[in-house]
Design a protein around this ligand. Structure first.
Ligand code: AHR
Length: 500
């Protein structure tokens, strides 16, 4: 089969915002403990952080990291996580039925981010706590000095403020599983009060209000409308969360997951704009897609303990092993995020290490890249300038979940200052290879700089401790003649081409 694409730099969708390549670190399972932090490991640095993991995080190119949860944050007392370590309390983490030792807290994590070269995005607890605790944390984190809380930060070793720019007002407050779950009306009111208070302290911060935990939530749409009706003037972004997986062997629908993500984003934008229209407001609310990934929620290893006396430290939870197929879908989700650069201002891959993660570690042992590592790292590295939506003429695929979808999807980026361009492509077809004829004449007199394809003849091949390099991106054969880029994509493939 064949498909034709045209890339036209004259109509950019929006800028490539670096915060689109964010991540998420939750105190969950072996993410923090025995993941990023393992003092006894041969690779541990002076603070107990694994150097090998830090290196992989830097290679991944993750720009801003949401912390410390997730469901965890709704039971979290931030004060527990600062001050002398030997006086920090051990607490129950009700969300994941674990024990939180607080060995790693705000200061240690901020140090780790400095080493990783990423920005901190903090979530406050609006599940079991409220406005005052959120303001206290903001004062502790961002006020240069002169008050008890800012002095406490200084005494705890951080002279200059953490200067956290982006704050999440709670997490998934629409979810019945959330500690302190609330109705849209209740949540909208506390979120508005908290946002106002936080802005009284630091008007320059950006605030994210909780949207739905997924488009499948029964309150989806109404939740966004009601919450934004309360908070429209006080927040900058509304969150979206989405996780995809293959259900019952329906690969075609799974491969079309990004179509669902596209519709989800469009629906939230429409709802936000509706609230703005009703208010007669010129302001636009952007999206923080602050949890997205592939997640096999029903897998056995994801089952958390439940017995009253069983509260393990860092149990193995949500340690999904990703396949080549998962990585292709993952890459297509990144295409969807980029293609909405006009309104998706920030996004966080959930999560980063061991927990539904692109990076895995073994205690005392190796660390390695999962299949999903590659599309993230390559996209984060190559996407620069403005986002372009190529025109695509391709065959279609009928799917049970999402209807008829194009077999090929694509997004491009173009930096007019450096002349660098990049194309990100996905082939969802399962049968034959597809020959792409991509008109890139509009990009000027360019040459191919690098080209990668992620595909495996066994779509379920994965990288594991025993075989950590089983799935790798390979060099993609390309030919560029007279402004036409010729590329052949195998079935179930994700690809990236850089031009200059
Ligand atoms: O990322 C795992 C969990 O998924 C998060 O804690 C929660 O916010 C979401 O339901």
């Amino acid at each position: 089969t064949a498909a034709r694409l045209t890339v036209d730099p004259r109509l950019p969708i929006g800028p490539v915002r670096r915060r689109l390549f964010g991540g998420f670190v939750e105190h969950l399972g072996r993410h923090v403990y025995d993941g990023i932090h393992e003092p006894g490991h041969p690779e541990a640095d002076e603070q107990g952080f694994r150097r090998d993991v830090l290196e992989l995080v830097r290679e991944l190119g993750v720009t801003m990291i949401r912390y410390p949860g997730g469901n965890f944050v709704s039971g979290f007392r931030w004060e527990d996580s600062v001050g002398p370590r030997d006086r920090r309390p051990r607490r129950l983490d009700l969300a994941w039925h674990s024990t939180e030792t607080n060995e790693v807290g705000l200061h240690e994590f901020a140090d780790w981010l400095d080493k990783a070269g990423s920005e901190l995005m903090l979530a406050v607890n609006l599940g079991t706590r409220g406005t005052l605790e959120a303001i206290d944390l903001l004062e502790y984190a961002n006020l240069p000095g002169g008050t008890a809380l800012s002095q406490q930060r200084i005494d705890n070793g951080r002279e200059s403020p953490f200067d956290v720019r982006v704050w999440c007002l709670g997490n998934e407050m629409d979810g019945p599983w959330q500690l302190g779950h609330r109705s849209a009306d209740d949540y909208g009111k506390i979120a508005a009060r908290t946002a106002k208070g936080m802005r009284q302290l630091d008007p320059s911060i950006e605030l994210v209000v909780c949207g739905s935990s997924g488009a499948q939530m029964p309150t989806f749409g109404d939740w966004e409308r009601e919450v934004l009706t309360h908070t429209y003037d006080d927040v900058d972004m509304i969150s979206c969360h989405a996780y995809y997986q293959e259900h019952d062997g329906d690969i075609d629908s799974f491969l079309a997951s990004a179509v669902d993500m596209d519709r989800f984003i469009d629906a939230v934008v429409a709802t936000a704009d509706h609230v703005g229209a009703v208010r007669g407001s010129a302001k636009k609310i952007d999206i923080s897609f602050d949890e997205w990934n592939i997640w096999y929620m029903d897998r056995v290893e994801s089952v958390k303990p439940t017995a009253i006396d069983d509260w393990p430290v860092a149990p193995r939870l949500l340690e999904d092993v990703y396949s080549a197929l998962d990585a292709v879908v993952f890459g297509s989700l990144m295409i969807s995020l980029l293609a909405h650069a006009d309104r998706v201002a920030s996004a966080s891959l959930a999560q980063l290490v061991n927990v539904i993660a692109p990076i895995m570690t073994e205690p005392g042992g190796a660390s390695w890249r999962q299949t999903t590592f590659f599309p993230f790292a390559i996209t984060s590295r190559l996407a620069r300038g403005e986002v372009l939506r190529p025109q695509v003429e391709a065959s279609t695929i009928d799917t049970a979940r999402y209807g008829t979808v194009p077999a090929v999807d694509a997004v491009a980026t173009h930096d007019s200052e450096t002349g660098e361009s990049a194309l990100f492509l996905v082939h969802r077809g399962r049968g034959d290879a597809v020959e792409l004829r991509i008109d890139v004449a509009g990009l000027g007199d360019v040459e191919i700089v690098e080209a990668h394809v992620l595909h495996d003849d066994d779509p379920y091949a994965s990288n594991t401790l025993d075989d950590p390099e089983r799935v790798q991106p390979r060099t993609l054969e390309t030919r560029l003649t007279d402004g036409i880029l010729h590329v052949t994509l195998p079935p179930i493939a994700w690809a990236a081409v850089a031009l200059r």
